[in-house]
Write a protein that binds this ligand. Structure first.
Ligand SMILES: [Zn+2]
Length: 273
């Protein structure tokens, strides 16, 4: 293969790599954006279920208050009747009996009065809490809606940008990258931290994974027998640079030194290279 042709493909792949990096970055951002919304939606669900619980308690308290009120009125009526009987009494024994009846009626009346007052107070307290909780639900609901609108806007912009980058990728491909290389290269850039094409350094080392390459392989790359020679360890496309001193080694040394062995070739990288 003519040397200039080889350089052209590699230069196209380097351009494509930049476009793909930007695209994959955007795709990742799209994945993580809705996290804030999910948190707010969960908060809304919790607030709504708390409202339902409070509402149930409020209804029960109202029923209790009504029942206590009826029983209190009944106790008052009974006590008043007993008191009326006193006026008709002529004998001491009857008087003692009715006095006892009135005293007992008063005790019952007082206990219902206390219960009625307590349940009325509870109704009032729960009514206040219910209102506050209703306002809290409305507030969170408003936040969820704002967040949704905001996210929709952001997602729309990012998706539009991705469509542009896809278009740009196809333009670069059209300048001289085969279908086969294009497809494999996209997968490699995605699976290998945005680095899909990288030079051989120190005469025999893949600058993507830092493995020492077989000499025969290095010779093949050097001779340019094929436009795409894939590193046997990390699957990245390798190219040979005559003027090796110009490479900035600091980049790759920092990039993946923690993850040296994790870089070994895997089935996910691409199929049948
Ligand atoms: Zn490699």
């Amino acid at each position: 293969m003519a040397e200039h042709e080889l350089h052209q493909v590699h230069s196209l792949l380097l351009q494509l790599q930049d476009v793909l990096r930007e695209k994959f970055q955007l795709e990742e951002e799209i994945e993580t954006i809705p996290a804030a919304l999910k948190g707010k939606e969960a908060a809304l669900e919790e607030a709504n279920s708390k409202y339902v619980e409070l509402n149930d308690a409020f209804n029960r308290a109202k029923q209790d208050a009504t029942s206590n009120s009826i029983q209190y009125d009944e106790a008052v009526r009974r006590r008043t009747e007993s008191e009326k009987k006193v006026e008709l009494i002529t004998q001491q024994r009857e008087y003692e009996a009715i006095t006892k009846e009135i005293d007992e009626a008063r005790i019952v009346e007082n206990s219902y009065l206390k219960a009625r007052n307590a349940s009325n107070a509870l109704v009032e307290e729960l009514d206040g809490k219910l209102r506050a909780q209703g306002e809290e639900c409305d507030r969170i609901k408003g936040e969820v809606e704002d967040e949704k609108a905001k996210i929709d806007g952001i997602l729309q912009k990012k998706r539009a940008k991705i469509a542009e980058l896809d278009q740009r990728s196809l333009e670069i491909k059209g300048e001289g990258v085969s279908d086969d290389i294009f497809q494999k290269f996209c997968k490699i850039v995605k699976n290998k931290n945005g680095l899909g094409i990288t030079p051989i350094i120190q005469g025999q080392v893949c600058s993507g994974c830092h493995m020492i390459l077989p000499m025969q392989f290095v010779n093949d790359v050097r001779q340019g027998t094929s436009v795409s020679e894939y590193c046997p360890y990390c699957s990245r496309i390798l190219y040979y640079q005559e003027d090796e001193e110009t490479i900035d080694l600091s980049d790759f040394q920092n990039e993946e030194s923690d993850d040296f062995f994790a870089d070994a070739i895997s089935d996910d990288d691409f199929d049948n290279v």
